[in-house]
Design a protein around this ligand. Structure first.
Ligand SMILES: C[S@@+](CC[C@H](N)C(=O)[O-])C[C@H]1O[C@@H](n2cnc3c(N)ncnc32)[C@H](O)[C@@H]1O
Length: 240
C-alpha cells in the first residue's frame, strides 16, 4: 500500500482495526503511548484559560479525551473543561464513546472529517491531534481548517511519530519496520494496517518541515518537543 492513501481507505482501515486498536497500541508501544499523550495534554493545558473548550481531532478511541479529563481534575479552575472528539471512523468513535460513558464523562463525540470541520470559526481555545495528522490526505487542508476553528491566541498541539537516528534509530527501526508489522498483522488480523504505520512515518515530514508547515497557517512560536530519543515529536504553536 502506498504511504499516502486517500481518506476513504484510511477510514476503512481504522474501522477494521478498531476492536483490537487499544490493545495493540498499548502493548506494541510497551505502554509508552500513555506517557506521550500525557505530555501532549500537559502542553495543551499549559497557560490555558480557565474553563477552556478543546477539540481532539482524529480522537479514535478517545484516549486523549480521557487524559484531558484526568488532568483537568488536578487543575484549579479547569474542572469546567469542555471537550469535543472528532473522527471519521465510526467504529473507533463507538469504542471511545463506551469508555467515556463508563467513566461518566460528559463529552461530545462527532463523526466528521478533519479536512472539513463541522464547527464555526474561532470555536476552540485549543486543538490537539495525536497520531492522526500524518494520516491526513492533505495536511495543508487540515491545518487551514484548524486555523479557522481555533480562536486567536488558541493553541495547537500535534503529537506524531518521528524518525530517530543513530544507533537508537537502527534498533528502533528494526522493531518498528520488522517486528511490529508482523505482530500487528497476527493480532489485528489486518494485512496492511501495521505496515502502513512505519511506511507513513518514513515518508512523513522532518520536524523542521512540520514546524514550517504549521507556521504557514497563522501559527507562531511553534516549538518541537522530542520524546523517547525522537520516536515521537510534539509540535506546539499559538494562533496569531
Ligand atoms: C492512529 S489513530 C489515533 C487515534 C488517537 N488519537 C490516539 O491517540 O490513539 C488515527 C485516527 O485518525 C483518524 N483520521 C485519519 N484521518 C482523518 C480525517 N481526515 N478526519 C477524521 N479522522 C481521521 C482515523 O480514523 C483514526 O481513528
Amino acid at each position: 500500500m502506498s504511504p499516502v492513501i486517500e481518506r476513504k481507505k484510511v477510514k476503512e482501515m481504522f474501522s477494521n482495526i478498531a476492536p483490537t486498536y487499544d490493545l495493540l497500541n498499548h502493548s506494541l508501544s510497551f505502554g509508552l503511548d500513555f506517557y506521550w499523550r500525557k505530555r501532549a495534554v500537559r502542553l495543551l493545558f499549559e497557560n490555558s484559560i480557565s474553563s477552556p473548550v478543546f477539540l481532539d481531532i482524529a480522537t479514535g478511541t478517545g484516549d486523549v479525551v480521557l487524559e484531558i479529563f484526568r488532568q483537568s481534575k488536578f487543575k484549579i479552575n479547569k474542572s469546567n473543561v469542555r471537550v469535543y472528539g472528532l473522527d471519521f471512523a465510526f467504529p473507533m468513535l463507538g469504542i471511545g464513546k463506551s469508555k467515556i460513558v463508563k467513566r461518566l464523562i460528559d463529552c461530545d463525540f462527532i463523526q466528521g472529517d478533519a479536512l472539513s470541520l463541522p464547527f464555526q470559526n474561532a470555536s476552540f481555545d485549543g486543538i490537539i491531534i495525536s497520531f492522526g495528522f500524518r494520516n491526513f490526505e492533505s495536511r495543508g487542508e487540515g491545518l487551514a481548517e484548524i486555523s479557522r476553528v481555533i480562536r486567536p491566541g488558541g493553541k495547537i498541539v500535534i503529537l506524531e511519530f518521528g524518525n530517530p537516528v543513530g544507533i537508537w534509530g537502527v534498533g528502533f527501526n528494526f522493531y518498528f519496520k520488522c517486528i511490529l508489522p508482523m505482530l500487528g498483522r497476527i493480532f489485528s488480523g489486518h494485512r496492511e494496517a501495521y505496515s502502513y504505520l512505519p511506511a507513513t512515518v518514513s515518508e512523513f515530514l522532518s520536524p523542521d518541515e512540520t514546524k514550517n508547515l504549521i507556521n504557514q497557517y497563522n501559527f507562531e512560536d511553534v516549538n518541537v518537543h522530542s520524546m523517547t530519543g525522537g520516536v515521537v515529536n510534539i509540535f506546539v504553536g499559538t494562533r496569531t
